[in-house]
Write a protein that binds this ligand. Sequence first.
Ligand SMILES: [Zn+2]
Length: 146
Amino acid sequence: MLSQKEKNEIRKVLEEEHKRLSRTSQNALTYSMNHERNIGRDSIDESMEEEIFSTEMRLHDREKFLLNKVTKQLSRLDANEIDVCDECGESISFRRLMARPVTTLCIDCKEQAEREEAAAVQTGRGGLSDADLGSDGERAPAPLED
Ligand SMILES: [Zn+2]
């Protein structure tokens, strides 16, 4: 069980994240509206503009996805179950929650899920050897990607 102080700390992190993501989503929306207006303007390299636009939209989808996760975590926090693993019901440590505030899995279940994911990727790659998997293992995960 988390102490009240620990819960407050997690709430602070989640609420700040919520604010940040809401702002970013708003920016993406503003951007797409400006984009509509800018179409056809001579001074803009349109292919470049298109590329920026689609990148912005991809980011926007990601922000929305994360925002949903943060919202879900806040309601788990309200229900006093933010430290309960979605998978096995064991408790998730305060340290882990602070490091990955949107996680809903304990470290054991997370590692299990990652192993299954890795196995699925490998199967999907068919004939490729391990060497072809390149630097996947070196990719540093963003704190919220969990
Ligand atoms: Zn678990």
